[in-house]
Design a protein around this ligand. Sequence first.
Ligand code: SAM
Length: 292
Amino acid sequence: MNKDIATPIRTKAILDKHGFSFKKSLGQNFLIDTNILNRIVDFAELTEESGAIEIGPGIGALTEQLARRSKKVVAFEIDQRLLPILNDTLQPYDNVKIIHQDVLKADLSEVLQSEFGTFKDLMVVANLPYYVTTPIIMKFLEERLPVRGIVVMLQKEVADRISAKPGTKEYGSLSIAIQYYTKAETVMIVPKTVFVPQPNVDSAVIRLTMRTEPAVQVKNEDFFFTITRASFAQRRKTILNNLVNQLPDGKEKKDHILEALSESGIDPGRRGETLSIPEFAKLSDSLLVHFQ
Ligand code: SAM
């Protein structure tokens, strides 16, 4: 087997050979621990038939492990300076395709279709650039791409918010947005010492497993997300006050909100963080008639 990229010595040799300097603005913190990489790939439960989609291959540390354990890897890298390096480090693998593009600007549906046409199993696996973790995850979910799940490293604080349960201080509109589409778990906490350069924050790996149907059925999805965001606008305020402040003005606004809360069996004095996703679904359906 080829030597792993993700060791401190090999990584340094690659960086020196190509005279590479890190760009903090692109969230470049490379993994230098093969055990951690292998555990990330384990969580993705890939088979020889799987396709893997990676965001930000860097110098190819994770890409290499994915190439060994899946049928094909497609990786999006924004930094042109990394292309010749990846060409060099991933030269032993003929099942990797690097796409030089900002993943947020990519037509993912088209790329998945053209690169993985007949594949039955697709997983997103990445050590995400931390400045842009949420938009990347939301793009995969909102575009309803045909992937089985997403296993990614990100800031621990964001991982905690994504997988939070009602009644905790981490629970909010991000937890709901992601748990609407997926079952979310934090599966590993990762120390700063396994990166070069070391990030300023702690890291964690989350596993998002796509639901076949959303967690709840709502009459209007956009309105449901508007209501969840409005309910957390000021965390210390009650659900009633947040909705009164956030929803557009209109005749008898407060009465309509009180009526919808009562119809949904929700005490107006509760705070948004205590409401479960099914409760938010009921509430948004009740409010819809008045505020659409
Ligand atoms: N996968 C490598 C590893 O684990 O060592 C590198 C991970 S590093 C945290 C993030 C990578 O994402 C960098 O290579 C960076 O250039 C790339 N990147 C940053 N923003 C991106 C974007 N919008 N689209 C694609 N790649 C991006």
